[in-house]
Design a protein around this ligand. Structure first.
Ligand SMILES: *Cc1c(COP(=O)(O)O)cnc(C)c1O
Length: 462
């Protein structure tokens, strides 16, 4: 966790890129095209008419599907006519539990519902508070609201982007029932410290591991450390099956209740009724289908090898860009022993790029053939919270002081997250499945833009 962006490495970078750097220090009064014309052609950013660093058609497409090995099982399911939940789903569940070293797995129709079901069967309901980081996908927070509970935002650790354990205890009240850490971008949250706090205050821990299949903390898979762990198999995720999700847990009776709840409250395992007939609880229906499970089994075959490639490429790319001024890559906690890298991330510091805005930087990077985005906007400031607080259910479940939106906003400020959302740059996981040459092209593209930042700014931000 040491910042290696030292002065000497900066100097080294500047020396190495001195040729390209000429463009950035040329005198005022020249037009951007003239400036660009003075660069050797290969060093000129694509956005200023130079050659692109990479051909964007070369990136590995997602999802991956191999007809020869993958289609047999799916066709068998289709031709069998058994499409509702049955044996293939059971097999997929057993496989995912086994890979993770968890006692039980329940697969449902998406990750959002995995979170909703898990919170619901831990009895997290109206009047309860759940601690959650603001740097996450919207589902994490919606899952809390859908159970009538109140999300309480805990700001992030600025270096790892995860929920900051040092800020958790200050947010605990007598109403707090659970911590919902998110292993965001596939990098693990600081689970040892989170578990310690949860134990001390008698709180449940539900891990949102939707972006983090096979990520490990001290050699233990995330999603198996808290009371429950939730995964997503949505098409952009590392296990793509269109839509799908899973809950892992070692608590058998909790899992039996989850199975029952996701199937209209019908009895299952230890979750039986007194009359031994009909539904035993309030339930919903979020079951997955057999053909989805057949796709999932095919995807699981590749997951381990793909995860290794992503992790190696992420390390390599990080080493290639960490000394470029203005590029501050992600950091990992020391307890991270494996990382799924659903996204590769770094902070973009425009002050080190002659003030070139992040949007212009992203535009210039895309012109180099490198797909990229700026990631999330602050969740704790979005409209949906206001709407939830104005709803009939929330008004009946909470004292009106708690539903005062302005006061809530005040209590839930997350300045570290606000800043992160303005600086973040993401590459999606499929880029990390490429070759070393692919990674070099990304580093090269960023270096080109850095060296000509002033000309790029003049051209894009007139
Ligand atoms: C994708 C995702 C979810 C929701 O999963 P879906 O399958 O899309 O419903 C929840 N949390 C995080 C962090 C995610 O990335």
């Amino acid at each position: 966790m040491k910042n290696k962006n030292t002065d000497s490495s900066r100097r080294k970078f500047l020396k190495q890129s001195s040729l390209a750097g000429v463009g950035a220090v040329l005198t005022m009064g020249m037009t951007p095209s003239l400036l660009a014309g003075d660069l050797n052609n290969a060093a000129r950013p694509a956005i200023l008419g130079g050659p692109s660093a990479w051909d964007k058609a070369k990136w590995i497409k997602w999802p991956i599907w191999v007809p020869e090995t993958d289609e047999k099982r799916v066709l068998e399911v289709l031709r069998s006519g058994v499409w509702s939940r049955a044996g293939v789903v059971n097999e997929f569940e057993a496989a995912w539990a086994n890979v993770n070293g968890a006692k039980r797995c329940l697969v449902v129709n998406n990750g959002t519902n995995a979170l909703i079901v898990a919170l619901n069967q831990l009895d997290i309901k109206g009047g309860d508070e759940v601690l959650v980081p603001p740097y996450t996908f919207i589902s994490t927070v919606q899952a809390i609201l859908m159970n009538g509970a109140m999300p309480v935002f805990v700001d992030i650790d600025p270096e790892t982007y995860q929920i900051d354990p040092a800020k958790i205890e200050a947010k605990i009240t007598p109403r707090t029932k659970a911590i919902l850490p998110v292993h965001i971008l596939g990098m693990p949250a600081d689970m040892p410290r989170i578990m310690e706090i949860a134990k001390k205050h008698n709180l449940f821990v539900v891990e949102d591991a939707c972006q983090a299949p096979l990520t490990e903390v001290n050699n233990q898979k995330v999603g198996t450390i808290g009371n429950a762990g939730c995964f997503s198999f949505q098409n952009s995720k590392n296990i793509p099956i269109g839509e799908g999700g899973a809950i892992l847990s070692n608590d058998v009776s909790f899992m039996d209740r989850c199975v029952s709840f996701q199937n209209l409250g019908l009895p299952y395992g230890t979750a039986v009724g007194t009359f031994n007939a009909g539904s035993v609880r309030i339930g919903t229906k979020v079951r997955i289908t057999e053909y989805q499970a057949a796709i999932g089994l095919a995807q699981l075959q590749r997951l381990d090898a793909q995860t290794t490639v992503r992790e190696e490429n992420a390390k390599y790319l990080k080493s290639k860009i960490k000394d470029i001024p203005g590029i501050v890559p992600y950091k990992l906690y020391d307890c991270a022993t494996r990382v799924s890298f659903h996204l590769f991330s770094f902070r973009y510091k425009k002050e080190d790029f002659q003030g070139l805005s992040r949007n212009s930087f992203l535009q210039a990077l895309r012109a180099e053939g490198v797909p990229c985005s700026g990631g999330y906007t602050p969740l704790n400031k979005q409209e949906f919270l206001k709407e939830a607080f104005a709803s009939k259910n929330f008004k009946r479940m909470y004292h009106k002081d708690m539903l005062d939106y302005d006061k809530y906003m005040e209590r839930n400020q997350c300045p570290e997250n606000d800043l992160l959302c303005t600086e973040m740059v993401w590459f999606t996981q499929n880029l990390l499945l490429g070759s070393r040459e692919d990674m070099d092209s990304i580093a090269n593209a960023i270096s080109k833009i850095q060296a000509s930042a002033e000309s790029v700014k003049k051209s894009l931000e007139k």
